[in-house]
Design a binder for this molecule. Structure first.
Ligand code: PLP
Ligand code: COI
Length: 357
C-alpha cells in the first residue's frame, strides 16, 4: 500500500479563521488546508501519493477529462463525537464504489487501501476543521480524472486523483417535493447510471432547473425505456414506507447508484419495525399508493443530503401530497437513528465507524 505523505510546508489556517468558517460552513464554501493528490501513468501505476496545500494544480486545457468527460467522484463524511473523537462512516464502501466507477469509465482503479489512506490522513491532518455543531460534518470529495493532454478520442493514458475536504451542513435543509420530468432521462441499460461519474450530474442539470421552475427541490427519475419504474432522485436514492411495515426502495439494476446511505437505512429498518425490501417500484404503484394511503411516507437519502423527507410528487398532470404533507414518523426515526450512529449518540452495532482522531 502506498502512503500519502504530508508536505510539511502546507500553510495552516489560524484557529480563529477556522472557528469563523465553522460558524456557517455552507456546503463547499471553505476547504481544509491539505488535499490528497496522486498520479497514474502506464509505466509507474499510481505514484507520488502526497498531501499538499489545497489549491490550483497546473493542468493543460486539452486534458482528457475536459474534452471527453473521463471523471469519477465520491462523497463521504467524518463526524465528531461528543467526546471529541472523529470517525469516518463506512469509507470502505466508498473506496469499493470508486473502484467500480473507475472500471466503468475505463480508468485505473485506485487501490482500496490507497483510497482509505488518503481520506484517513487528510482528516487526521485537519482535525480542527471537523465541526462539533449539530448536523455539521467534514465532507470528503475524492475524485479522479483523465489528465493526459488528449484531443484524439481514447481512454486517457494519465490520471490524477485528488481528495478535497470541507466542513458542511446537510445539503437539503427542508423537506422536498420531487419533479417527474417528462423530457429527460438520467440513465439507461448499459449506460453509466450505476457509476458515480461527473457526466451523470452534468446531464441532469437541465432537469433540476425544470424541477426548480416547478417549485420542486429535486427530480424523481424514472427508467428511460418505459418511464414506468421509479429509479432514484437527483443526488439521492428514493424509498417509501408502506402501511404493511415495509421500507421499499428500487432494486439496484445497474442504472441506479448503489447508495451507502440507502444500504444503511435498509439495515437499520428492522430496529424501527420495518422490513427493508429492494424490488422494482412502479411509478403507477407509487402514485396509487400515495393516493390510497398504502404508501404512508416517502424519503430520499444520500451522504450529502442525509435523509430528506419527500412530502410531494409532481408531474405535468398530477400533484400528490405524501401523507399529510409533513415529514413522516418513520422517516424522522430513521434519520435520527442514522445520524445518531454517525455522531456517536447511538450504538454502532453494525461496525460502520472508523476512528481517525
Ligand atoms: N444517487 C445519486 C445519483 C447520488 O449522487 C448519491 C450521492 O452520493 C446517492 C444516490 C446516494 O449515495 P450515498 O448514500 O452513497 O451518498
Ligand atoms: C453525495 O451525497 O456525496 C453526493 O455526491 C451528492 C452531491 C453533493 C453531488
Amino acid at each position: 500500500m502506498a502512503t500519502f505523505v504530508a508536505d510539511p510546508s502546507v500553510p495552516r489556517t489560524p484557529a480563529d479563521q477556522i472557528t469563523a468558517a465553522l460558524a456557517d460552513p455552507g456546503f463547499g464554501r471553505y476547504f481544509v488546508d491539505h488535499m490528497a493528490h496522486a498520479l497514474w501513468t502506464p509505466e509507474a501505476g499510481w505514484h507520488d501519493h502526497a498531501l499538499v496545500a489545497t489549491g490550483p494544480i497546473p493542468l493543460h486545457p486539452g486534458l482528457a477529462a475536459l474534452q471527453y468527460g473521463q471523471e469519477i467522484f465520491e462523497g463521504l463524511k467524518a463526524f465528531r463525537h461528543p467526546d471529541g473523537s472523529v470517525w469516518l462512516f463506512r469509507p470502505e464502501m466508498n473506496a469499493a464504489r470508486f473502484a467500480r466507477s473507475a472500471v466503468r469509465m475505463q480508468m485505473p482503479p485506485l487501490p482500496i487501501p490507497d483510497f482509505l489512506d488518503s481520506v484517513t490522513r487528510l482528516v487526521e491532518l485537519n482535525l480542527d476543521w471537523v465541526p462539533s455543531a449539530p448536523e455539521q460534518s467534514l465532507y470528503l470529495r475524492p475524485f479522479m480524472f483523465g489528465s493526459e493532454t488528449l484531443i484524439g478520442v481514447r481512454a486517457s493514458n494519465e490520471y490524477t486523483y485528488v481528495c478535497l475536504g470541507m466542513p458542511v451542513m446537510p445539503f437539503y435543509p427542508d423537506p422536498l417535493k420531487l419533479w417527474v420530468t417528462p423530457n429527460y432521462a438520467r440513465s439507461m441499460a448499459g449506460g453509466t447510471g450505476g457509476a458515480k461519474c461527473g457526466g451523470n450530474y452534468g446531464a441532469s442539470m437541465i432537469a433540476e432547473h425544470e424541477a426548480h421552475a416547478q417549485g420542486c427541490g429535486q427530480v424523481l427519475w424514472l427508467d428511460s425505456a418505459t418511464r414506468s419504474w421509479v429509479e432514484e432522485s437527483g443526488t439521492m436514492n428514493f424509498l417509501v414506507v408502506t402501511a404493511d411495515g415495509e421500507l421499499v426502495t428500487p432494486a439496484l439494476n445497474g442504472q441506479i447508484l448503489a447508495g451507502i446511505t440507502r444500504d444503511s437505512l435498509l439495515t437499520i429498518a428492522a430496529a424501527h419495525g420495518l422490513r427493508g425490501v429492494e424490488r422494482p417500484l412502479g411509478f403507477a404503484e407509487l402514485c396509487s399508493g400515495i393516493e390510497s394511503g398504502q404508501i404512508t411516507e416517502a424519503l430520499a437519502c444520500g451522504t450529502a443530503a442525509v435523509v430528506s423527507p419527500v412530502v410531494g410528487i409532481k408531474t405535468p398532470d398530477l400533484e400528490l401530497v405524501v401523507g399529510d404533507g409533513s415529514p413522516g414518523v418513520k422517516t424522522r426515526e430513521l434519520r435520527a437513528h442514522l445520524t445518531g450512529i454517525q455522531f456517536g449518540t447511538e450504538p454502532d452495532v453494525h461496525g460502520w465507524l472508523r476512528r481517525v482522531g
